[in-house]
Design a protein around this ligand. Structure first.
Ligand SMILES: Nc1nc2c(ncn2[C@@H]2O[C@H](COP(=O)(O)OP(=O)(O)OP(=O)(O)O)[C@@H](O)[C@H]2O)c(=O)[nH]1
Ligand SMILES: [Zn+2]
Length: 188
């Protein structure tokens, strides 16, 4: 299960509260370090998870056409500021040799990769590589759209700005029509 050091987080949160001029012993804050430790254990639980473990579920289905699970919501934490970024992941692949996985497993892999200190680009490519290595498909295409709180509540302050990243493997690299098909299905 969790390999998070709760005590260490609690201590650190107390220090941060003191450092910003708060009294960590006042009533409203007394349990905050504990709550934050519990929250970090949850939002970083993907650190103990290999996304590929979800692709052990394989059906020997003879379908060598596109499979797309779109609009998978995710929440992650930007590794630069430790504030959330969140949005939707769209995961497409073309199975080969009967290696068709469970649809929920694609969303489970997104969760495993998102629940870590992250970069949007790394979420995108890690999901694509994990599917590519586990299922050896004809191709994989992953598109991620997200809003970064570090660009909205602080810094440049541009709420609504969306970052879109994609990672393509296999046939999608060469075949523009296949990429266009996925993009039009995502939009539709
Ligand atoms: N490429 C990439 N950059 C990200 C991601 N999340 C946050 N960033 C950026 O990381 C950069 C960190 O820049 P720094 O100059 O080191 O930090 P900063 O002074 O807080 O930067 P500002 O946000 O511009 O105020 C910022 O430009 C963020 O927008 C991400 O998922 N991918
Ligand atoms: Zn950031």
């Amino acid at each position: 299960m969790s390999e998070v050091n709760f005590e260490q987080i609690e201590h650190a949160v107390k220090l941060i509260l003191e450092a910003v001029g708060e009294d960590p012993n006042r009533e409203g804050l007394i349990d905050t370090p504990k709550r934050v430790a519990k929250m970090y254990a949850e939002v970083f639980s993907g650190l103990n998870e290999d996304p590929s473990e979800h692709f052990q579920t394989i059906f020997g289905e003879d379908h060598e056409e596109l499979v797309l699970v779109k609009d998978i919501p995710f929440y992650s934490m930007c590794e630069h500021h430790l504030v959330p970024f969140y949005g939707k992941a769209h995961v497409a692949y073309i199975p080969k040799g009967g290696k068709v996985t469970g649809l929920s497993k694609l969303a489970r892999a997104v969760e495993a990769v998102a629940k870590r200190p992250q970069l949007q680009e790394r979420i995108t490519s890690t999901i694509a590589d994990s599917i590519n290595e586990s299922l050896d498909p004809h191709g994989v295409m992953v598109v991620v759209e997200a809003e970064h709180m570090c660009m909205t509540m602080r810094g440049i302050k541009k709420p609504g700005a969306q970052t879109v990243t994609s990672a393509v493997r296999g046939v999608f690299r060469k075949d523009e029509a296949s990429r266009a098909e996925v993009l039009s299905l995502i939009k539709g």
